[in-house]
Every structure is written in structure tokens, then in C-alpha cells.
Design a protein around this ligand. Sequence first.
Ligand code: 5GP
Ligand code: MN
Length: 352
Amino acid sequence: MTYEDIQHSTRIALFTHINPDGDALGSTLALMAWLDSLGKDVRLFIPSIYAESLAFMVESKYQEKITVWDKENEETIGADIQSRDLLIGLDFNTLDRIGAFREHFCASRARKLLIDHHVAPQADAFDSVSSCTEVSSTCELLYKILMKMPGIDGNASALPAFSAKSILTGITTDTNNFANSVFPDTLRITSELLAAGVDRDAIIQSLFFNYPERRMRAMGFVLSRKMTILPCGLAYIILNKHDLAQFKLREGDTEGFVNLPLSIDNVKMSILLKQEQGTANVRVSIRSKEGFSARKMAMEHFHGGGHEKASGGKLVIGKDISHMRKAASYVEHAAKAHFAQYKVDKLSEQQV
Ligand code: 5GP
Ligand code: MN
């Protein structure tokens, strides 16, 4: 994305992925606030509502500039998208990640840009792609892009304060509070944002010290009763709708659960399956340690993708599995198929 891309546009639409996380929200909100400061008419289109635990990120001023997908209002939403003269996608690599907005996105004749940090972006769907995987997050990449803009010129203090805060929030969540994917620039940028006045303590407080009690109660139950560890090094947790109802869990309450088994020495990969309300889908989150590919596992067995060590996907009840009860054996089969390749790798290493 260059300044020329936005200079001649007045009505701009931003898009991010379904089940938006902190990086998806942080990057789109940060760009929105900056474009807003330039006098642009910006609207953010989100395919599904963000978790309550991330609601603190959305200041009321920006709330009215957000459209969450709603089948009832499809016509109005479609017309709004077609009236935009620039479309910008953030934090996704393929159009299937923007859910039902996809066909409206494709139908638009406007210029289309992508800013993203996943591998293999769908370049033919965009006029220009800013993609880099050697960054912590889309927020980090966006920061680098914004620093080159006239009026900012490398000075973080020239960013709208809300953009600066949103960027640091996205960096914090996508690095799991600076535990993964931290590059030298990640810390430099963080330092520049702190110097520009971003209140990191407030971000940490909102992100990590503000959960409802039910989440912690559910975590205890999950760890003691729901975690299975296979000899190959795969840990999995399956939460069906009864488990979710028992603890009255809402969207976002299980955030971070998938990371927990990785703290165990012989666990190499962790999978969390969560039955979705009102659909036949089971959401899948996968995390892995160095040398093990969450991304491959997601692509090969769960219709998904993502990053090498943090990926996601889904299972469809009625297609991939006949019933939720079959989820465990599906995962165990997937583990057997997937982990076989590491044995081959280790063998060939020994032969070398
Ligand atoms: P999470 O487990 O936090 O939902 O997702 C982790 C990573 O996997 C994120 O980078 C996200 O973009 C990616 N991801 C999650 N679900 C899907 C999916 O259904 N398809 C693809 N391609 N990527 C996903
Ligand atoms: Mn991201």
C-alpha cells in the first residue's frame, strides 16, 4: 500500500477475517483511524462478531463505522461495498477467510489491496499485495507501511493515538505477549510505540487480567478432564456443546486454551476442537513447537491453514465426522497420518 493508492480514494472499505483476533481488529482499527484522520469515509467489514474480551479495543467513535455480516441486511451491505472506491484486506491470505463478504468483494470494480503476514497470499484477487511473513503480525507490517506515509515520516508520535494503541494491542496478541514470532523490529517498533505514549500496562490489563471467572473454572476442568496426550506428542482437547453450556462459555472465553498443553515437555503439537453453536461446524485451533507444522496439520486434515506454528481450520459434522462423538477418533487418525512424516524425517537425518 502506497500513499498514491489512497490519495485519490474517498470511500474506503476495510475487510478482515472471520472470528477476528486482536491482530485482525488492531490492524483494521489502526488503519481506519489513520484514514479517518485524513478525512476519508471508511467502513470496516467483519465477517463475524469479535469476542467480548476484545470489545475494549473498539472505541465508541469507531463502533458506528463497523459492519458485522448480517444475512438480513445483505442487500444494503452489498450496495455499500459496491459504492466504495478502494477495498483493503488485512490479516488474511485468501478470500474464503472473509466469509459471506467474498462475493461482494469479488463483484467490486474498485482497486483492491492486501496487507498480510500469512504465507501464500491469493495475489490474483488483489491489485497490490503487501505481504511479509517475517513479521510478528499484520499490525507490525502495517506500522512499517504507515511510517513511510507523508505526514508520519517515521515518527510514531505522528500516528493517531488510537492507531498506535491498536497496533501494539495486535502485536501483543499475535505474539502471545511476546512469547512467539518476535523479530528485532517487533521490539524496536514496540519501543517506538511506548515512547510515543502508548500505555502498555493498560493493554495488558485489558487483555490478560480481565477475564470472567467462568473462564478460569472451565480451564481447570479442561486441563484435568478434557486433555488427552498421545504418545506421538500430540495433545488434544475437545469441547462439545454440553461442555460449553456447563460453564456458560461464550466466544473468546477459551482464548489461549490451545497453548496450555505446549508447556508440557513431550507435547509437540496441541489441537483444540470446539463445537460451534447453531452450525454443523467444529472450530479447530492448532499450535506446535519448532520443527512441527501446525499449518500442515490444518491444511491436510482440517480444511484450514495459517502460520507454521499457529493455525486453524474446521471439521463439519455430517461430512468429516458423522457425530461429535467421533471427533476424538478423527483427531487420532489425523495424528497417526501426520506424525508419521516426522519419523521419516528423523530417520533420514540419522542416515545423513
Ligand atoms: P486461531 O487458532 O487463533 O483461531 O487461529 C490461528 C491462526 O490460524 C490465525 O493466524 C488464523 O489466521 C489461522 N486460521 C484460523 N482458522 C483458519 C481457517 O479456517 N483457515 C485458514 N486458512 N486459516 C485459519
Ligand atoms: Mn495475524
